[in-house]
Design a protein around this ligand. Structure first.
Ligand code: UDX
Ligand code: UDX
Ligand code: ADP
Length: 459
C-alpha cells in the first residue's frame, strides 16, 4: 500500500519525537499528530519553541524544521484518521488503578477507545500500527474491534514498539540499534519498513510475527530494569564490605558477555516504562499460572522499591535518626537527566518518605516546574495538598535549595550539578554538612576535602 499520509494518535513522549524524526526523514509524507488534550496540542504549536510540552535535546530544532511543512499537530482526530493510509496508536497504557489486575495489568482503555474511533471514522483501507507498549496479544483485541465494523474495510495491524530512551530520544531515533516490525501482512510490513528505510539500514529493520514483537518490547525493558536492580542489590553488599560498586561495575562490564552499559548503581530506576512493563509481564505470567516466572520478574521491582527506601532510611539514620524540622536540599526531580519527565521518579518516593518524618524539603530541578513537583506528590495521596505545600518547596536556584540545609540529596544525574561552587554551598550549609549522592555523581575525595560528610551508593 502506498502511504502518503500518516496520522499518529497521542502527542506524548513517544508519539511527538518519533513522528518528528519520521517527518524530517520523509519530506514527502504528511504527518498529523492528534491528541484529545488541547493544551498539549497548543503547546506543540507554540511559536516559542521553549514552550514545547516535551524537553528532549535536539527535538525543538527538528520540530522547527518540519512543523507546518509536513508535520502538523491537531485535535481534529477524525479528519486525520480519515485522510491517512497509516495510523500509529501512541497513547498511554498506564498500570490499572482499579478493578481486576489493579496495580499490575496495563490499562488498555485508551487503546480500545482509539481502535473504536478508527473503526467509526475509516472509509478506506488502513494500516494500524501499535506504537505504545502493550501486553502480548493486544493486537488481537484491536483486530477484533476493527474487523467487526462490517463496512468491508481492510485493516492491517502491525506492532512497531519504540525503544527510544528519554533524554536521548532524538539520537536513539536517528541511530537505532534496531527497528522492530511485527505483523501478518508482508505488504504492510514493507510499507512501514520503507518509511524507516529512508534513514535506517535494512539489516537493522527486524521483521517478526506480531506476538514476538509485542513480547520483545516487554522483555527488553524487563532485562534492562533487571540489570539496574542487580547492580543495586550488589551495591548494598558493597556498603557493608570494602568493595566499591563502581569498581565492581567496571570489572564485570568488561566481560563481553555482560557488557558495560546499564550497570550504573543508583537510588533506583524510575520512568514510565520499567516498573509498568515488568508488572505487566508478571501479570501475564500469573494469568497463565506461571508463578515461578512471575515471582522471578517481580523481584526486580521489589529490589527497586527496597533501593529507594534504603536511600532515605540511610539519610535519616545518618542525620542522628531524625530529620524532623530539618531542611533537606534535593537536587533533581526528573527520573533521569536531560528530560522534564518525572513519572515514577525515585525523587517522589524519597521526598514522600522524608515528609513522613517531618523533613522540610527544598527542591531544585533544571527542567521540572514547581507545579509538576507538587502534583507528583499530591498524586500519591499520602497527605493533603496544603501539607505537601508546607513541607516541600521548589526553588529556581540550587544555591537557594541548599542554603542553610542540613543535607543535600542528589536524585538526578544532571551534568550541571557537577559544576556548582561546592565550597560556597558548604559554607552556607549547617554543619556537619552531609551529601547523599544517589547517582555517584560527585567526586568523593574532593567533597570530603571541602569538609562534607559524603555518602554515595555502594561505596
Ligand atoms: C562459567 C563462566 O562463564 C566463566 O567465566 C567462569 O570462569 C566459570 O563459570 P563455565 O561454567 O565453564 O564458565 O561455562 P559457561 O559457558 O558459562 O556455561 C555455564 C552453563 O550455562 C552451561 O551449562 C551452559 O550450557 C549454560 N548456558 C550458557 C546456557 O544455558 N545458555 C547460555 O546462553 C549460556
Ligand atoms: C527505557 C528503555 O531504556 C527504552 O529502551 C524504552 O523504550 C523505554 O524505557 P527510559 O525509561 O526513557 O527508557 O530511560 P532509561 O535510560 O532506560 O532509564 C530508566 C531508569 O533507569 C532511569 O531512572 C535511570 O536513571 C535508571 N538507570 C538506568 C540506572 O539507575 N542505572 C543505569 O545504569 C541505567
Ligand atoms: P507516552 O510516554 O507513551 O508517549 P504520554 O502520556 O506522554 O505517553 O502520551 C500519550 C498521549 O496520548 C497523551 O497526550 C494523551 O492525551 C493521548 N491520548 C490518550 N488517549 C487518547 C485518545 N483516545 N485519543 C487521542 N489521544 C489520546
Amino acid at each position: 500500500m502506498l502511504v502518503r499520509k500518516i496520522c499518529c494518535i497521542g502527542a506524548g513522549y513517544v508519539g511527538g519525537p518519533t513522528m518528528a524524526v519520521i517527518a524530517k526523514k520523509n519530506p514527502d509524507l504528511k504527518i498529523t499528530i492528534v491528541d484529545i488534550n488541547k493544551v498539549r496540542i497548543n503547546a506543540w504549536n507554540d511559536s516559542d519553541l521553549s514552550k514545547l510540552p516535551i524537553y528532549e535535546p535536539g527535538l525543538a530544532e527538528i520540530v522547527d524544521d518540519t512543523r507546518n511543512k509536513n508535520l502538523f499537530f491537531s485535535t481534529d482526530i477524525d479528519t486525520a484518521i480519515d485522510e491517512s493510509e497509516m495510523i500509529f496508536i501512541s497513547v498511554n497504557t498506564p498500570t490499572k488503578t482499579y478493578g481486576v489486575g489493579k496495580g499490575m495489568a496495563a490499562d488498555l482503555k485508551y487503546i480500545e477507545l482509539c481502535a473504536r474511533n478508527i473503526a467509526k471514522v475509516a472509509k478506506t483501507d488502513k494500516i494500524v500500527v501499535e506504537k505504545s507498549t502493550l501486553p502480548v496479544r493486544t493486537a488481537e483485541a484491536i483486530k477484533s474491534i476493527l474487523h467487526n465494523t462490517g463496512n468491508g474495510i481492510d485493516f492491517k495491524i502491525l506492532s512497531n514498539p519504540e525503544f527510544l530512551a528519554e533524554g536521548t530520544a532524538i539520537q536513539d531515533l536517528l541511530n537505532p540499534d534496531r527497528v522492530l516490525i511485527g505483523g501478518e501482512s508482508e505488504a504492510a510490513i514493507e510499507s512501514l519498513a520503507q518509511i524507516y528505510g529512508t534513514w535506517v539500514p535494512q539489516n537493522k529493520i527486524l521483521r517478526t510475527n506480531v506476538w514476538s514483537s509485542e513480547l520483545s518490547k516487554l522483555t527488553a525493558n524487563a532485562f534492562l530494569a533487571q540489570r539496574v536492580s542487580s547492580i543495586n542489590a550488589i551495591s548494598e553488599l558493597c556498603e557493608l564490605t570494602e568493595a566499591n560498586i563502581e569498581e565492581v561495575s567496571k570489572a564485570i562490564g568488561m566481560d563481553s558477555r555482560i557488557g558495560p552499559k546499564f550497570l550504573k548503581s543508583s537510588v533506583g530506576f524510575g520512568g514510565s516504562c520499567f516498573q509498568k512493563d515488568i508488572l505487566n509481564l508478571v501479570y501475564i505470567a500469573r494469568s497463565y499460572n506461571l508463578n515461578q516466572v512471575a515471582d522471578y520478574w517481580e523481584q526486580v521491582v521489589i529490589m527497586n522499591n527496597h533501593q529507594k527506601r534504603r536511600f532515605s532510611d540511610r539519610l535519616i539514620k545518618t542525620l542522628y535518626n531524625t530529620v524532623s524540622g530539618k531542611k533537606i536540599g534535593m537536587l533533581g526531580w526528573a527520573f533521569k537527566k536531560d528530560t522534564n519527565d518525572t513519572r515514577e521518579s525515585a525523587a517522589i518516593y524519597v521526598a514522600d518518605h522524608l515528609l513522613n518524618e517531618q523533613a522540610m524539603i527544598s527542591v531544585y530541578d533544571p527542567k521540572v516546574s514547581c507545579s509538576k513537583i507538587q502534583s507528583d506528590l499530591n498524586y500519591l495521596g499520602t497527605r493533603t495538598e496544603a501539607e505537601n505545600y508546607e513541607g516541600l518547596t521548589s526553588v529556581d536556584s540550587p544555591y537557594k535549595a541548599l542554603n542553610e540545609a542540613h543535607a543535600v540529596a542528589i536524585m538526578t544525574e544532571w551534568d550541571e550539578f557537577k559544576t556548582y561552587d561546592w565550597e560556597k554551598i558548604y559554607s552556607q550549609m549547617k554543619k556537619p554538612a552531609f551529601i547523599f549522592d544517589g547517582r555517584n555523581l560527585l567526586d568523593k575525595s574532593k567533597m570530603s576535602q571541602i569538609g562534607f560528610e559524603y555518602y554515595s551508593i555502594g561505596q
